[in-house]
Design a protein around this ligand. Structure first.
Ligand code: MN
Length: 203
């Protein structure tokens, strides 16, 4: 049994003009595909073969860098594609919106905190909205392909929204203008999916 590259749930050009088709094609078809095949190579024939991705991420501190980097890359991008979509954006609603108000001081305060986490992550990494062990929302960021499910993460929890700030995620269209890419991200966030992730993380 091995991990499979998940299909993109929309066309490569579906997120334009915010994220361009060529970037999506390379990002999904080359980068995510590469993490997936290298993860399979890393666990093939090892005692870890057959474990779920969540089980692997929870023990990366005991495994080699190949599982940490490629398992993280596999998981992070699988989440990333799902929390975006065409004709999305807008505001969260329901219990998630209430939690953003109570835990993070409201939607505008959350957006500022998330944008700051994404913009100030030096080098490559991710910004996250997570549910922590107490069921509270938190904003965090991780380097490289680490994520908040890993014991090595500074801030731990279940990620419900993630933003890839590696240059490969935006350089073709935005070059060095990471803040413009971060601003554009709000136009493609699939809040229904983030809400579903929130409910699942709390159950
Ligand atoms: Mn990426």
């Amino acid at each position: 049994m091995s991990f499979k590259l998940p299909d993109l749930p929309y066309d490569y050009n579906a997120l334009e003009p915010h994220i361009d088709a060529r970037t999506m094609e390379i990002h999904h078809g080359k980068h995510h595909a590469g993490y997936t095949s290298k993860l399979n190579d890393a666990i093939s024939g090892s005692p870890q073969e057959g474990k779920s991705i969540e089980e692997l991420l929870a023990m990366v501190d005991q495994l080699g860098g190949a599982v940490r980097n490629n398992g993280g890359g596999y998981y992070n991008h699988s989440l990333f594609w799902k929390v975006m979509g065409p004709n999305k954006g807008g505001n969260p609603s329901g219990k998630l919106a209430e939690a953003i108000n109570s835990d993070l001081g409201g939607f505008d305060a959350f957006k500022s905190e998330f944008e700051k986490a994404a913009a100030t992550r030096f080098g490559s990494g991710w910004a996250w909205l997570i549910v922590d062990a107490n069921g509270k929302l938190k904003v965090s960021s991780t380097p490289n392909q680490d994520n908040p499910l890993m014991p090595v993460a500074e801030v731990k929890g279940s990620p419900i929204l993630g933003l890839d700030v590696w240059e490969h995620a935006y350089y073709l269209n935005y070059q060095n203008r990471r803040p413009d890419y971060i601003s554009a991200f709000w136009n493609v966030v699939n809040w229904d999916q983030v809400s579903a992730n929130y409910e699942a993380a709390r159950s």
